[in-house]
Design a protein around this ligand. Structure first.
Ligand SMILES: [Zn+2]
Length: 308
C-alpha cells in the first residue's frame, strides 16, 4: 500500500504541468530576500511565498502549518543554504510530502552554490558552543553582486522548470540587472567617503555587505554566532572599541537592544538598527530598496560619526 502511495506521489511529481495552466509556477523561498529576487525574475509567471519574515531571525523561525501547505504545493523551493535553515526547514520539508522540492530534486535551488561565501571554516567543522555558521557565513545575500548571482541562478532554474518562458525570464533578469547596477553606482558613491571606517555588529550578518563597501568590523556583541552576549565578552568588546576609537554598533531588528545600548553608552557611541532582510523594516520593500535603506542609513550615521 505504502509502495503504491509512493509510486502515485512520484507519478504526480513527474507529471508535466498541464498546458491550460497559464498556471503560475508556485515558488516558495525560505526568506523574503530570495522571494524578492524570485519575484523580480519570475514576474507574473510565478506565485511567490516567503516562509521567514524579514523581521525574524532567519536562524530561528517558528514553523507554522501554513508553511507545510505552501511547501506541499510548491514547484520550486529556494533556500539560503549553508545550514541557515537547518533548525526549522528539514521537518517541514518532510511533512510537505512534496518529492519535487526535496534537496537534490529538480525543484530545489540552494542559492548559496554560486555566490561569494565568506568566513569559510578551516579545519574540523564542529558545533561547539552552538555556532550557527558551520559552513561559512550564510548572510551572503547582503551584497548586491551576490544578489545578481542569485537572480541568475533563479532565472536558469525557472527556465528549466518552464522552458517556454525562458525568454521572458531572461528579459526580466536583464531588467533587474540594469536597475541593480544603477543602484550599485549610487550606493558605492554614498559609501566611498567612509572606506576603512570601523564598526561593531551584533551578529555576523554583514561580512559581505561591509567588505563590499570597504568597512571593517572589529567585533561582535555576540561572543559567537547564535550565542547571547556574556558579561566577560561585553567587557572585552568595550575595551577593544575604546582602544580603536570605534563608536558605531549595528544591530539586527530581532535582537535585544539592552547590551548594545549599554556598550554604546560606555564608549560614547551609537546603536544603529539596520535591516538584514527585505521587509526587515517597512521601507525595505524589495531587494533593491533593502540596500537603498541600509546604505542611506549607514552613510548618514558614518557622516555624523566622522564629520566627512
Ligand atoms: Zn547568522
Amino acid at each position: 500500500m505504502r509502495k503504491v502511495f509512493l509510486f502515485l506521489l512520484c507519478a504526480l511529481a513527474a507529471a508535466p504541468r498541464p498546458a491550460h495552466a497559464a498556471a503560475k509556477l508556485n515558488v516558495v523561498a525560505t526568506t523574503e530576500d530570495l522571494a524578492s529576487l524570485a519575484q523580480e525574475v519570475g514576474g507574473d509567471k510565478v506565485s511567490v511565498v516567503a516562509l521567514a519574515k524579514g523581521y525574524q531571525d532567519p536562524h530561528f523561525v517558528d514553523p507554522k502549518p501554513s508553511f507545510i501547505l505552501s511547501l506541499s504545493k510548491a514547484d520550486l523551493l529556494i533556500a539560503v543554504g549553508r545550514e541557515l535553515e537547518i533548525g526549522w526547514l528539514p521537518p517541514l520539508l518532510t511533512s510537505s510530502r512534496n518529492a519535487k522540492i526535496q534537496p537534490g530534486a529538480k525543484g530545489f535551488l540552494d542559492a548559496s552554490l554560486n555566490v561569494r561565501i565568506l568566513e569559510l571554516p578551516t579545519g574540523q567543522i564542529t558545533r561547539a558552543m552552538g555556532d550557527v555558521h558551520p559552513l561559512g557565513n550564510p548572510h551572503y545575500w547582503l551584497e548586491p553582486g551576490n544578489g545578481r548571482l542569485i537572480a541568475q541562478a533563479i532565472q536558469a532554474k525557472l527556465a528549466e522548470l518552464s522552458p517556454a518562458d525562458r525568454p521572458y525570464f531572461e528579459q526580466r533578469y536583464a531588467d533587474f540587472d540594469k536597475r541593480l547596477a544603477v543602484g550599485e553606482k549610487r550606493w558605492d558613491a554614498l559609501m566611498a567617503p567612509y572606506k576603512g571606517a570601523k564598526l561593531v555588529t551584533y551578529h555576523r550578518s554583514w561580512p559581505n555587505f561591509m567588505e563590499r563597501f570597504g568597512l571593517q568590523v572589529i567585533g561582535y556583541v555576540e561572543p559567537k554566532p547564535g550565542i547571547p552576549p556574556s558579561p566577560s565578552h561585553t567587557l572585552e568588546l568595550i575595551d577593544e572599541m575604546k582602544r580603536q576609537g570605534v563608536k558605531l554598533i549595528v544591530v539586527e531588528p530581532y535582537f535585544d537592544l539592552k547590551t548594545p545600548q549599554s556598550v554604546a553608552s560606555q564608549v560614547g557611541g551609537t546603536v544603529l538598527v539596520m535591516a538584514p532582510s527585505v521587509n526587515g523594516t517597512k521601507q525595505a520593500t524589495d531587494y533593491i530598496q533593502l540596500f537603498e535603506y541600509n546604505v542611506n542609513l549607514l552613510a548618514g550615521a558614518l557622516k555624523q560619526a566622522t564629520g566627512k
